[in-house]
Write a protein that binds this ligand. Structure first.
Ligand SMILES: C[S@@+](CC[C@H](N)C(=O)[O-])C[C@H]1O[C@@H](n2cnc3c(N)ncnc32)[C@H](O)[C@@H]1O
Length: 278
């Protein structure tokens, strides 16, 4: 644990890295640098360029408190209270899932299709809806979530980003009786059985309802596709983020829901991550 009065950046980082490694944190150096940057108000490059620079006692205390939270495996994004996604920064806390880099693929699909009206189902922090509205000035977005708590976070993000005129938030799985050009969804897709085996960052801090969807992890996606198949929800195209190995099953479900052309998109790790139906 870093001493409250660590004299230099090097000392503070060294002690934090040791504590984080011992706690099983996967990226101890990066995390320690991010937290020290936050505690001192300096940027990471400045810290690494001047390891002998002093750390003031107040900053050292702030840093110590943050490192203790990280040692308990709280994610860095919750400790900092924010996460970057595409060109925007989102406020995040344990009411919402921390947006993941692979979810940016959904935004790339939206850029390709340039919808006039888009629907983001399961918006969480608002990541997908707000990034789409930010990058596509002609697009109006409806964003839904079953969780009122998540919608509070999404609303605060939307208003801070000044996107209130083009992003409407609604509670519920779907926005009924409306027609969309593109439906985007990163719904829960972890199976019940997988949950316990996930990293403590997820199981101790992220909302279970944002991650787990029944025995096969497909309940939320199946419900959504059922709404599309029965015409309760209408869209010209649908793009769904899926877990490793789910793409073939979901592609079949998307076809059955009435989309003739179905393809999958891979993320940067080469995993089939998005199923796109048109
Ligand atoms: C995996 S998180 C994704 C959040 C956000 N879209 C992102 O990518 O960061 C799933 C979100 O869907 C919401 N959710 C769960 N089941 C849902 C359903 N049936 N309909 C709509 N939202 C749902 C959860 O509350 C959670 O906020």
């Amino acid at each position: 644990m870093p001493a409250a009065t660590a004299a230099t950046v090097r000392d503070a980082l060294g002690a934090a890295v040791d504590a984080l490694k011992a706690a099983g944190v996967e990226t101890p150096r990066l995390d320690a640098e991010l937290l020290l940057a936050e505690a001192t108000g300096r940027d990471r490059a400045e810290l690494t360029a001047a390891p002998e620079a002093g750390v003031e006692p107040a900053a050292a205390r702030r840093f110590g408190a943050m490192v203790r939270r990280r040692v308990a495996r709280e994610p860095v994004a919750y400790i900092l209270g924010r996460k970057g996604f595409r060109r925007i920064e989102l406020a995040v806390d344990p009411r919402v899932l921390i947006p993941r880099p692979e979810t940016e693929l959904l935004v790339e699909v939206a850029l390709e299709l340039a919808p006039r009206r888009a629907l983001d189902v399961g918006t969480g922090s608002g990541a997908v809806a707000l990034a789409v509205a930010d990058e596509l000035p002609q697009t109006d977005v409806v964003a839904t979530d079953t969780s009122l708590e998540a919608l509070e976070v999404a609303k605060a993000n939307r208003d801070r980003l000044g996107l209130g005129e083009r992003v409407r938030l609604a509670q519920g799985p779907i926005a009924a009786d409306e027609r969309f050009d593109l439906l985007l969804a990163n719904l829960p897709y972890v199976s019940e059985g997988e949950w316990e085996g996930l990293a403590p960052e997820l199981t101790r801090f992220e909302p279970r309802r944002a991650l787990v969807a029944g025995v096969a992890g497909l309940d939320a996606i199946e419900d959504l596709l059922a709404a599309l198949a029965t015409g309760r929800l209408r869209t010209r195209a649908v793009a769904l983020e899926v877990a490793v190995g789910q793409a073939p099953t979901v592609a079949q479900l998307v076809r059955r829901a009435g989309f003739d052309s179905v393809e999958t998109r891979r993320d940067l790790a080469g995993i089939e991550r998005v199923v796109l139906g048109r």
